[in-house]
Write a protein that binds this ligand. Sequence first.
Ligand code: FES
Ligand code: FES
Length: 149
Amino acid sequence: MMILNINGKDHDVDVDPDTPLLWVLRENVGLTGTKYGCGIAQCGACTVHVDGVATRSCSFTVSGAVGTKVVTIEGLAQNGALHKVQQAWIDNDVPQCGYCQSGQIMAAVELLNNNPKPTDADIDQQMTNICRCGTFQQIRAAIHAAAKA
Ligand code: FES
Ligand code: FES
């Protein structure tokens, strides 16, 4: 049995310690906002925060998350208020199919936590998540909007 702290709540999970964190979030804990894309740490659809660090949960073992604070897309809004990055995503009509967007938002939140006023070049360098729908221009605009919020 392992205890995982996810979005501020402890969860007991009984899985093989080598199970990817993404599987546990979706299958055991029922948090399906985090998506499976490639399974090999390339696309970023599965991005969550582990102790504040954007982490590709398809390639991160659940045992590595024990003793940390995991935050998923479901944990960003606080007291009924959207995170400013979520609000900027809505205001800038970022999502198309939406599949990649929870991972994009988690990556953008970490970017802004580390660099509150990023330049276009900072965004291009650090937002490595893939969007098949090609929303990169809207993502960039939303990150600038969130930086000003
Ligand atoms: S599903 Fe994890 S990076 Fe693609
Ligand atoms: S919005 Fe469709 S993959 Fe990004």
